[in-house]
Structures are given as C-alpha cells and as structure tokens.
Design a protein around this ligand. Sequence first.
Ligand SMILES: [Zn+2]
Length: 390
Amino acid sequence: MQALTESGAGTEARPVPRSPRRLHESWILDHLRRRGRASRAELVAATGLSRATVSALTGELLAQGKVVVTEPATATGPGRTPQALALNPAAGLVLGLDFGHSRVGVVAADAAHAIIGSATRPYPRSTPWETRCAIAVRLARTVLAGGAPRLAAVGIGIAGSISGRPAVVEAIRDAFTDAFGVPVRTDNNARLAGLAESVWGAARGVPDALYVRLSSGVGGTVILDGRVHRGRGGAAGEFGHVCIDPTGPLCRCSNRGCLECYVGVEAVLAEAGGTTLAELGAALDRGDRDAAAVVAKAGQRIGLVLAGAGNVLDVPHVVLGGDLTVLGEHLVRPVRQTLARHLHANPDATVGLAELGDLDGALGGVALVLHDPSIPFTGPLAPRHLTGTA
Ligand SMILES: [Zn+2]
C-alpha cells in the first residue's frame, strides 16, 4: 500500500474506517480524489487490492453514485479501451485561490477535477489584506456563478511565509469562512504551484519531484510519494534560501548569499544589465555572449542547489516554474547540465518546464483541498454517467 501511506505530509488527518471493506473503499475514493480519474487497473496498482476486490467495490460505488464512468482512460493499444472512473462531480465544488503580490487568481473545479471556471484580478502591491480578501471573495462568487451552494471547501495559496504571518493567514481564513461557510485551507502559493504541477502538469505521474518557482522570490515544493512534503516546521521546499555563499549579499530572510539573491528575476536582470525578461530573452536569442553567460551562471547555481536536494532525497525529477522560465532552453540547458554532472546515481534525471501557467497557484489550492481527506464532499449523490461509456 505504498501509494497510500503517509509521508510526513503535514497536518493531513485521515479518518480511519472500521471495517476492511470500508477501508478499501476509502483507498479507492482517496485515489480518485487525488488523481481525478483512473481505470480499474490503475486502482489495482495504486491500492494493492486484487482485481476482484476493486471490481466489486467500484461496482458498489457506481451503484451508490459516489463514482461515475467518465471519459475512457488513456488508450493502451488495440482492443477494448478501459473505463475511467471519477468521483461524482455532483459531490461538490472546490475553490482554489492564489494571492500573489499584485493579483489574485481563482479556479473552481468539481470533485472529478473538471474546471468549471477561472479568473484573475490585479491589485496594487500596497493593497491591504482586507481589501484583497474582499476583491477575491467577489471574484470567487463570479467564478462559482450558481454553484456556490455546492461548494465543499476553499484552498488558498499565499505569497511568502505562512508560518511567519499568523495574523494575515487568520484574516484570510476568516474572510472566506464568513463568505462561504465551508472549510478553508491555506499554504504557500509556490508550494501549491508545485503540487498542481504534480497532479496536472509537468510532474504528473511522477511520484517524487522537486519543483522550483523562479520569480522575484524563489520557492518550491518537495513531492514525495505523490504528496507535498512540508517538513516539521512547514518550510520544506525553500530552495531560494539555500546558502550558496555565506559572504554573499544580504537576503530578505536576513541570512547572506541565498540562492534567491542570485537567481531571483531582479537579480538576474541586474547582472545582465537589462530591464525586462523580454529584453534579456531577445539578447539571448540573438546570441549575446554576456547575456548567455549571466543566464548560464544562474542555471548552474539553480542546478547545484537542486542537485544537492536531489542527492539528499534521491529525487531525480525537477520542474522549473515561475517568471524566469520565459528564458526557456537558455535557462533549462545549464540546469540540466549541472544536474547531470552533480546528481549521483540518477542517470535518468529529468528537467522540465512547468505547464500550468498563471493559474498554477490557484489550481494548487484546489489540489490542496482534494488531497486533504479531512474535508468531506457532501453534495447530492445520484448515479450518473458523464460522456463516454465502455
Ligand atoms: Zn534567504
């Protein structure tokens, strides 16, 4: 049952069913909730249950309307295409939000992982949290449209430290609890972006991955066994504050020489003598050697920190996200080369670019809720088939 063992994933609390049958049923529901859809064969592999048990339990769940047949799973060749199962989308909606420094993003999705709406709204960086929350609640109501009564929970990503700002986090939670009356969960938005990439993006299907978000700030996510590893103090994944030179510049975290001081967008632009990433990208594309050297150096630094983490955790899969990744292969190549040189015992190391775009943090808010078994879906449950049958 490796796929469903806990791996130090923070505050998740799983209610344990009393009978083995209910326990096995909860494994199936849990997998569908995390992954969106799966064939019976995938459920067998994920849960370790026998084919007969999975077949019997999914039959019951279908009859009860807790699970539905959705689009066919990925075709595996000629012959019968296996049915894909998903949670009944009528079981409830999830709202995901991403409070960035200058904008909020909102996504609403159903229990089967279908996105029913999304939107973003900018605000000045100086906007107080009370106003940001009011903007976000209005935007969320618009995105939910008539679906608000089916809302099951809200997952919220917040830029910057969570543990260091309890008053801000509490104010945000209170605003959404008051507005919607459902459970609210919060986490760092860079970490949630990585979680979203592991569920729907560049790290999907990969049990262990390191995600680093390279924007003004540098943060990230450690995914182990398909779950976010938060660490004892909830700060795991802070790649940006790994020291690469103890005599280096002062970092906003009050240490010196952190990775972020060298590879945050502003630091890279300052070193390259440019004003925008578009300018820097254009210089790279026309073969400007100075620009190439600056980006290569940044990529090497990122690669060294990721190789260090990858060696300690034995995780060879890396996903790069954030604003700096508009530099594309100019940035990816030195990261990949550095990993290839410094990552031990992992000849299959991969470096990919994030795939989910600007709504990655809000999608991560959805995933945060879907991955939290303490939040029940309690909407109307009626037998129902979506598109496609086998
Ligand atoms: Zn720092």
